[in-house]
Design a protein. Structure first.
Length: 187
């Protein structure tokens, strides 16, 4: 009976060691997966930090346009008044927006203390107020009340009496929309 007990003991030890090897392999695979996921998360975190810095730089740029009241700003009475502004989307990476989308707004442009104010209306409803400066036949405006979710700005070039063209950008945390603007002065 002793040889059977010894044989049984050897088999039990052998089976347990096989189970340990399997567990070791599983643990090693899990550890490799965890390490891979940690590396992916670190890379993603780096991308987010870079994007956050880019958005912060853009916000500073937009804010500098808003806050910089150029004492050499030129007052051009030809751009004061009501304008019909047609916007056509030419670039987008945002959901809910598509290239080719168009919209029309009426902008009321006024000037006070070296600052231009643009009130944007959709029908009778005031939807946004921009502020900015005019220099070298270019009107640069930004949303009067910017927020962290979206930075909105536009640049319009005065072409001729009664006509301006330009672009409008909406920058959100993870996407951007660009519109081409065509503005015609209303009489």
């Amino acid at each position: 009976m002793k040889p059977i007990s010894i044989l049984l003991f050897i088999m039990i030890v052998f089976l347990q060691s096989c189970g340990l090897n399997e567990r070791e392999k599983k643990l090693k695979l899990q550890q490799e997966e965890i390490t891979k996921k940690e590396q992916e998360l670190m890379a993603w975190e780096q991308q987010l930090k870079a994007r956050e810095q880019e958005l912060e730089n853009e916000k500073v740029s937009f804010d500098s346009v808003k806050n910089h009241l150029d004492s050499g700003a030129v007052y051009n009475p030809a751009i004061m008044g009501k304008w019909n502004v047609r916007m056509s989307c030419t670039e987008t990476s945002c959901d809910g927006s598509a290239i080719g989308d168009t919209k029309t707004e009426q902008w009321h442009i006024s000037y006070k203390q070296n600052t231009f104010t643009v009130r944007a209306y959709s029908g009778p409803v005031l939807i946004r107020v921009y502020v900015g400066t005019y220099k070298n036949n270019t009107l640069k405006i930004v949303d009067e009340k910017p927020n962290a979710d979206a930075l909105i700005g536009a640049t319009l070039n005065f072409i001729t009496e009664g006509r301006m063209d330009g672009i409008r950008e909406i920058r959100q945390k993870s996407c951007k929309i660009v519109y081409v603007l065509n503005a015609r002065k209303l009489k």
